[in-house]
Design a protein around this ligand. Structure first.
Ligand code: SAM
Ligand code: SF4
Length: 427
């Protein structure tokens, strides 16, 4: 085993390698619903997925359908509702109160108000939704009409998260998005008028971005007064248009050093305007009260049941994912079966590392809670690695709470990966 970060061959501080799941999908095996046990008796979070989008953005690595017809979307929505019924029955999901609903994609706001109503009705019919549930819907500004925003309000949506990426028309266009700054600002206003907490995503490191265009975007985003701003470090994946364009030299991306400076500017600006981090990439106005329930609950180890093609979740010790083939997904649920087709049973070590890498997204990790949950003192078993990370300015430890510094936040999952890398040869 490796006992210092200097001896750790796995990680260097880098903008790349955002962790969406641990253990990584490469370790998952073929698995169907009969192998997944019922999970814990704690509250349940649910994730709903739609793969449809208005276009395929040049940087985006998600599996999306950008040319979906209305009838195809309707078939998909019918299947999603059927899956809610079938899975709720199979796993007795209605016995557990649902405390957060997250409808993500793709672009849920591309669906019609009737589609959204149908899905929400199925959730309420087959699951036990708490009266104070957090209900988030993801959207793209170009699809957020006033009518759509009103429909979301009527359905009880109390958090709207929109991909904005940039407020510079030139950068938006280079990303193959149909938005403009004017459309984005209008959509934000429609969303805010519903009374929901509004989050917007920005991306640092997009093609063509300069220090000036980035400052312009961050400053404009803050001027909107939205409750929450998320900044993702743009990563290039092989299945994207960016990747192809880079190979033909038809786009220029900011270097990693430039991207770090962009992030640094955003972090300084958020601090100046009292937008506080609840994760190392999401900042909320005045902190606290606009914190998000769904992601933190999952990162702290609660169960999340996922519905929709390619959606992935967790029940107790099992991580699992539905088939990502949309036709197969529809066929499976229409024949009354749960469409899970791969998964991973987490060992005690997996759960311990997962708690570190996912938990550290929340900027702080309580070492006492960790010790009580896993029976190990992290600050003892990872003492040398922690000492290195501390002396290099990535984190502090006070009153048994580990906290990422601004440098730690700038480098994303680096601290989590370093500690996880010590505990096992992972990824
Ligand atoms: C499902 S989308 C958000 C909603 C909607 N589809 C939209 O784009 O407006 C989730 C977010 O993933 C982020 N994202 C997509 N591709 C990315 C990449 N290559 N690197 C980092 N973040 C990425 C974007 O910020 C995007 O807003
Ligand atoms: S960024 Fe959003 S709208 Fe663009 S392709 Fe990805 S999921 Fe769809």
């Amino acid at each position: 085993m490796i006992n210092t970060r200097k001896e750790n061959p796995y990680w260097t501080p880098s903008r790349k390698g955002f962790i969406t799941n641990y253990p990584n999908f490469q370790h998952w095996k073929k698995m169907d619903a009969s192998a997944v046990s019922g999970g814990q008796s704690t509250p349940l979070n649910i994730y709903l997925h739609t793969p449809f989008c208005a276009q395929r953005c040049s940087y985006c690595y998600y599996r999306v359908i950008s040319d979906g017809r209305r009838d195809e979307m309707q078939n998909y929505v019918d299947a999603l509702c059927k899956e809610i019924e079938v899975a709720a029955d199979h796993f007795d999901l209605a016995s557990r109160p649902v405390r957060s609903i997250y409808f993500g994609g793709g672009t849920p706001t591309l669906l019609t108000p009737a589609n959204l109503e149908q899905v929400t009705a199925a959730v309420h019919k087959h699951l036990n939704v708490s009266s104070d549930v957090e209900y988030t819907v993801e959207g793209e500004p170009v699809t957020m009409t006033e009518k759509k925003a009103k429909a979301l309000q009527e359905l009880g949506v109390n958090r709207i998260s929109m991909g904005v990426q940039s407020l510079s028309d030139e950068i938006i266009k280079l990303s193959n998005r149909q938005d403009t700054q004017a459309k984005v600002l209008r959509a934000i206003e429609f969303a805010r008028n519903t009374g929901a907490v509004v989050n917007i995503d920005l991306m640092s490191g997009l093609a063509g971005e300069t220090a000036d265009s980035w400052k312009y975007s961050v400053d404009k985003a803050l001027e909107t007064g939205v409750e929450s701003i998320t900044v993702y470090k743009m990563e290039v994946y092989t299945n994207t248009q960016y990747y192809k364009d880079l190979r033909t030299n038809s786009i220029v991306l900011p270097t990693d050093e430039e991207e770090l400076k962009f992030m640094q500017y955003a972090l300084d600006k958020f601090e100046e305007t009292n937008y506080k981090p609840w994760s190392f990439f999401t900042f909320t106005k005045d902190g606290g009260s606009h914190n998000h329930v769904h992601a933190p609950s999952i990162w702290s180890g609660e169960d999340v049941y996922c519905f929709g093609a390619s959606a992935f979740g967790r029940m107790g010790n099992h991580l699992f994912q539905n088939t990502n083939d949309v036709d197969k997904y529809i066929e499976t649920v229409n024949s009354g079966n749960v469409p899970i087709n791969r998964g991973h049973y987490m060992t005690s070590l997996d759960k311990m590392i997962r708690d570190i890498v996912m938990g550290l997204k929340l900027v702080k990790l309580d070492l006492k809670v960790f010790r009580e949950r896993h029976g190990f003192a992290l600050d003892k078993i990872c003492a040398a690695t922690l000492e290195n990370l501390k002396s290099e300015g990535f984190l502090t430890i006070e009153d048994e709470v580990m906290t990422l510094t601004q440098k730690g936040m700038l480098h994303g999952d680096y601290v989590g990966k370093s500690l996880g890398g010590y505990l096992a040869d992972f990824y």
